[in-house]
Design a protein around this ligand. Structure first.
Ligand code: 13P
Length: 249
């Protein structure tokens, strides 16, 4: 498990502009350590082609923040996995809590999106995580297991090809990070669930997300089942993102 290369992924959410993105990417590329961990940025879809071009010749990969479950056709506003792959996308975040909350995405929809991504050679980053209410009610493990079960069911024999991201909803954008122990506890539960589904569960990277930053990344990433990070706010500042990459490399 520990031998696997960590993945640091920046989820830019709905932030940036052509000028901001160019400056951010130049800063990241300039400071990228030799032998860095795997590094991914997920810009708003409208900038994906620009970002792919700007990162040519670097080791930084590009992901999308979402993907359609459908192949093609009358789905206004949607982007298919084939289109994303065509534009150089390697990973797709699916089931982010903001998509679940604001766009009503169910575990079944998230599973279908993960499957659609895999079918076109894109690695889905399946997000799971409990709300504060659910944590306080003692439901954390049941919630994340149900969410992951939906994805495991949908991707069937391809479980070892996915990435999982544990993002406690109460830690996202709040500055309240899960403690390394709290995060590790959930990651271990997810690892066990993956192990029941595939002999190759040790290959599946489980990322932590939720107020991960330059100051707390190192201790989180030192946990045995934390294989990287899905970073929001701190991924918008080159210096902070690079510090997190250093901690994971
Ligand atoms: P923050 O790092 O801003 O808390 O966001 C985490 C997140 O939602 C990444 O997908």
């Amino acid at each position: 498990m520990n031998a696997m290369k960590k993945l640091i992924a920046g989820n830019w959410k709905m932030n940036g502009s052509r000028a901001d993105n160019a400056a951010l990417l130049a800063g990241i590329a300039a400071g990228l350590p030799a032998n860095a961990c795997d590094v991914l940025v997920c810009p708003p879809a409208v900038y994906i082609a620009d970002v792919v071009q700007a990162l040519q010749g670097t080791a930084v990969m590009v992901g999308s923040q979402d993907v359609s479950a459908a192949d093609k056709g009358a789905f206004t506003g949607e982007l298919s996995a084939a289109m994303l792959a065509d534009c150089g996308v390697r990973y797709a975040i699916v089931g982010h809590s903001e998509r679940r909350l604001y766009h009503g995405e169910t575990d079944a929809v998230v599973g279908a999106k993960a499957q659609a991504a895999l079918a076109k050679g894109i690695t889905p980053i399946v997000c799971v995580g409990e709300t504060l209410e659910q944590r306080e009610a003692g439901e954390t493990q049941a919630v994340v297991k149900r969410q992951l079960a939906g994805a495991i069911h949908a991707v069937a024999h391809c479980v070892s090809e996915i990435v999982v991201a544990y993002e406690p909803v109460w830690a996202i954008g709040t500055g309240k990070t899960a403690s390394p122990e709290q995060a590790q506890e959930v990651h271990a539960v997810l690892r066990a669930q993956l192990a029941a589904a595939t002999e190759q569960s040790g290959r599946v990277r489980i990322l932590y997300g939720g107020s991960m930053n330059a100051a707390n990344a190192q201790t989180l990433l030192a946990q045995p089942d934390i294989d990287g990070g899905l970073i929001g706010g701190a991924a918008l500042k080159a210096a902070d993102f690079l510090t997190i990459i250093q901690a994971a490399s």
